[in-house]
Every structure is written in structure tokens, then in C-alpha cells.
Design a protein around this ligand. Structure first.
Ligand SMILES: Cc1cc2nc3c(=O)[nH]c(=O)nc-3n(C[C@H](O)[C@H](O)[C@H](O)COP(=O)(O)O)c2cc1C
Length: 143
């Protein structure tokens, strides 16, 4: 059975809300999904999933260093050929999800479009877009 892992960094809950909506979209397609803060996630569990979605809000025009380290460690665990997605809430520039998508591609992950960026707190319409992305991820891993 295919498995999707959604991990995120979120300081005030905005990217977390996106992550949970993406996970809802995945499970609505009857695909198994775990969603958690990256601090709680084990590299080996994330690396074992068929698809990996990584979300982060943007701080000082990039992601925070602990998440960057987590993604680098994930790359070393071997994720080539897997499906991926990048997302995140932002305030004014929103670089983090773009940087995440670039890092995923460097590791050989096939990143689904769009890299989903939402300004500040997601609206109901934004959350629908997140669910749509989750459904797309599920459809990819189902083949
Ligand atoms: C100290 C600080 C620095 C920030 N730097 C940026 C930035 O460089 N670019 C940007 O787009 N947003 C920036 N933001 C805004 C956050 O990305 C935004 O508030 C986001 O919605 C937070 O989402 P979260 O609750 O998932 O952490 C910054 C916020 C704080 C508190």
C-alpha cells in the first residue's frame, strides 16, 4: 500500500493548517498518510514513504536552519525517484517553498506542480487548493 509523508515547520500554525489540508486530500483518495512537525519525524520513516511533502514558512528570505539540516539528512537517506511536493505560508517574499523544491529536485525527487505558497493564514479557498495538491500526490503514488 502506498504511503505519503507530510512534514512541516510552522511557528504560528499557518503552514501546519496547509499540511493538514494536504493530508486530508491524500486520505480522501484512500492513500495512507502521516502528517507531523519535522521535529517529531524520523528520517528513516520519511525516507521510506512513496511520496514526501515538505512545508515551511519563510524567515529572513529562507527556511530555518534546523529544517534545512533535516532535508539534507533526508537526501543522504536515499529518496531518488520518489514523488515530492513543497509548500508553505509566507508574508511578503516566500522563498522557503521554492528553495525546498529545488533541494528536492537536486536529490532526484520528482516535484509536483505547483509549489504551493499561501500568504499568511490560509483561507477556506486556500485550504481547498491544499486538498487538491494532496489528491494529486495520492493519484501519483497510486500510479
Ligand atoms: C522574524 C520573522 C521573519 C520573517 N521573514 C519573512 C521573509 O523573509 N519573507 C516572507 O515572505 N515572510 C517572512 N515572515 C512571515 C512568515 O513567513 C509568515 O508570518 C507565515 O505566515 C508564518 O507561517 P507559520 O505559522 O507556518 O510559521 C517572517 C516572520 C517573522 C516572525
Amino acid at each position: 500500500m502506498p504511503k505519503v509523508f507530510v512534514v512541516y515547520l510552522s511557528t504560528s500554525g499557518n503552514t501546519k493548517a496547509m499540511a493538514e489540508a494536504i493530508a486530508q486530500g491524500v486520505s480522501s483518495r484512500n492513500v495512507d498518510v502521516d502528517v507531523m512537525n519535522f521535529h517529531e519525524a524520523k528520517i528513516k520513516d520519511v525516507a521510506a514513504a512513496d511520496a514526501i511533502a515538505i512545508g515551511s514558512s519563510t524567515f529572513h528570505y529562507k527556511m530555518l536552519p534546523p529544517l534545512e539540516k533535516f532535508i539534507n539528512d533526508l537526501g543522504k537517506a536515499g529518496v531518488k525517484g520518489k514523488t515530492g511536493a513543497a509548500f508553505g505560508s509566507y508574508g511578503w517574499s516566500g522563498e522557503a517553498p521554492v528553495i525546498i523544491a529545488d533541494k528536492m529536485r537536486e536529490m532526484g525527487i520528482k516535484v509536483i506542480d505547483p509549489v504551493l505558497r499561501i500568504q499568511y493564514q490560509p483561507t477556506d479557498k486556500d485550504l481547498e487548493e491544499c486538498k487538491r495538491l494532496g489528491k494529486d500526490i495520492a493519484n501519483k503514488v497510486k500510479g
